[in-house]
Write a protein that binds this ligand. Structure first.
Ligand SMILES: Cc1cc2nc3c(=O)[nH]c(=O)nc-3n(C[C@H](O)[C@H](O)[C@H](O)COP(=O)(O)OP(=O)(O)OC[C@H]3O[C@@H](n4cnc5c(N)ncnc54)[C@H](O)[C@@H]3O)c2cc1C
Ligand code: FES
Length: 272
């Protein structure tokens, strides 16, 4: 795929969103995906790494990936510009169960670059063709500081919508930040979204998940309606190399999205 556009998302320059366009129309037609799925993106001579699609399948054309600079592949990607060519292998994994969410309210709770697939899910739910199939849609999204929030222009548009409840928070504010200050689990507790006929979808750093789960339990969300996207080390993405398994389940094939009911059957030291 060809890099069409690169957007620097955060003030520390560490997170960028890459819009990638298919070189081949046939590939574009066969790349059908669900929010929450991922792809292996490769940089020639450097290797490949998994990234969740940050774009929604309701937007045609380019795919978007939001990439945090962590090591070899992500640094090589960050050094590339519009016009560069990368390999993309996917879509992989199961994604969020959008059919099961129909008719229910959906609460999404995210932090860090993990918010990228929740952004995809939000845009999917808000799409004109889909919005009527879902109940109330709530997004709780936190970053360490205002300058680390992703998708700032889109967040402004979301804030103006009447069919979305958006709660933004930062761990530490600054003089210009007019919004909430507080970590995601605390803010979730304060907002206390209702759990009746509601799915909660959580994606973020392990520490956020660890402290958010007890709050979710306290609010009465059933384990089979609590969905988590896990981020394990991966290599093949195809259930072949054994790098990502938790017990008998492969995060790359059976996940990365699992319900808490499913995870409760698996050894907690690998996901908790
Ligand atoms: C399903 C899935 C979806 C993902 N989506 C995104 C995304 O949308 N955006 C994004 O920026 N990243 C995402 N990641 C994480 C991303 O794949 C890793 O950060 C990436 O593999 C790093 O590659 P690298 O070659 O740059 O780093 P490497 O050179 O391989 O490693 C750099 C450092 O990071 C550590 N490291 C690498 N990967 C991981 C990991 N998964 N967990 C803990 N430590 C790790 C290494 O031990 C090393 O210290 C996702 C991972 C998975 C499994
Ligand atoms: S990454 Fe190889 S089995 Fe999952």
């Amino acid at each position: 795929m060809r890099i069409e556009k690169v957007v620097v998302e955060t003030e520390d320059n560490n997170v960028k969103t890459f819009s990638l366009c298919f070189l081949n129309k046939e590939d574009e037609g066969s790349f059908t995906y669900t929010p929450g799925q991922f792809a292996e993106v490769s940089v020639l001579g450097k290797g490949e790494a998994p990234f969740g699609m940050a774009s929604s399948p309701t937007q045609s054309g380019c795919l978007e990936f939001t990439v945090s600079k962590a090591g070899v592949v992500t640094t090589a990607l960050h050094n590339m510009e519009a016009g560069g060519i990368v390999g993309v292998r996917g879509p992989l994994g199961n994604g969020y169960p959008v059919e099961a969410l129909k008719g229910s309210n959906v609460v999404m709770i995210g932090g860090g670059f993990g918010f990228s697939t929740l952004r995809a899910l939000t845009n999917f739910l808000l799409d004109d063709a889909n919005r009527g199939s879902f109940g109330d849609v709530t997004v709780i999204y936190g970053a360490r500081s205002p300058g680390l929030l992703l998708y700032k222009d889109e967040l402004k548009q979301w804030q103006e919508r009447t069919d979305l409840h958006l709660y933004l928070t930062v761990d530490v504010g600054d003089q210009e930040w007019p919004g909430r200050v507080g970590v995601v689990p605390k803010v979730t507790k304060d907002i206390a979204p209702g759990s009746e006929n509601t799915y909660v979808v959580i994606c973020g750093p392990p520490v956020m998940i660890k402290f958010t789960l007890p709050v979710i339990k306290e609010l009465g969300f059933a384990p089979d309606r609590t969905l988590l996207s896990l981020e394990m080390r991966m290599k093949c993405g195809l259930g072949m190399c054994g790098r990502c398994n938790i017990g008998a389940r492969y995060v790359c094939l059976d996940g990365p999205v699992f319900s808490l009911a499913e995870l409760n059957q698996l050894p907690q030291e690998f996901w908790g």
